[in-house]
Design a protein around this ligand. Sequence first.
Ligand code: ACO
Length: 316
Amino acid sequence: MSGIKLISTGSALPVREVTNFDMEKLVETSDEWISTRTGISARRFCSGEECHTSLCLAAARQALERSGLRPEQIGVCLVATLTQDTMTPSTACVLQKELGLPEDTVCFDLNAACAGFVYGLHTAECLLAAAERKYGLVIGCEVLSRITDFTDRSTCVLFGDGAGAAILEWGEDYPSLCAVMGSRGNRQVLMIPGVNTGSPNFIHMDGKEVFRFAVDVLPKCAKEVAAKAGISLDQVDRFVFHQANQRILDYAIKKLKIDPARCVGNIARTGNTSAASVPLLLDELVTSGALRSGQRALCAGFGGGLTWAGALLQLA
Ligand code: ACO
């Protein structure tokens, strides 16, 4: 079997913290409504010089430094996002220059919304199998505050900004991610207009439908990954699920009958950071020692598209 292992992680959050009490000053809402419906207490928003590129760079540099690798050893650089600073150059191309990655590094951004980072893991696994240099950099980054309608209380309280990065190594005797991925085209449930549509590119969401979709697809996806890997869910050390809503996570924990202690999240402090949420949490788990060498994390994301993806990632 061939596959990838996680070598190191990095992350970057904007300095400015916006609490639910701050949100109360913007729209008719309350800390009580937000925290009981979503589990969110605060989120971070970019301010001043902070931007998508600066978050990606900070997270990538931290992951690279922790890996002990040189930029010349990276063969693939992917950025999962839907809020990049420029449509072209892609953020991955900007990183190629800023980090000093070789010019023949495969660099591109990919959009699979909140499932993007896990899509990126599997894409990197496939590309690295054919690459000369066996190390990959995968980043999930969003600046959702740029596409949030701060007059719409049903969405603006949910989202946050941030970036998480992972350095991966491909090996012939490394475990496969056993990735499971899916998509279901749907414009009604979750939509962000693109360029030239004449509409501001704000997030439009039918929260109830997203909720229904998530509680259906997340437990199925986790079970399918474990089945593909030939293990039981008890053998998974950590569950790193997209942090969209604590109630969705609680439902999945119950449905999967897993120990909540192995599915601890960070939504209370970050809000929903879309493609950044899985790598941000992964970084927290690795740096706190909650995910240790040789242990396996079942990562899963779901979101706009609609998309979903799951993968079993082992820490080297
Ligand atoms: N503060 C106070 N009241 C509010 C707020 C708010 N921020 N937002 C909505 N309400 C009101 C509504 O107007 C409604 O009032 P009404 O009964 O008088 O009409 C009431 O609260 C209930 O609204 P619902 O939409 O029914 O609330 P629900 O319990 O479904 O919770 C929520 C809404 C939190 C959005 C939930 O549906 C949810 O979490 N869905 C999943 C969303 C999600 O995960 N999105 C992430 C994917 S998108 C991405 O990542 C890019």
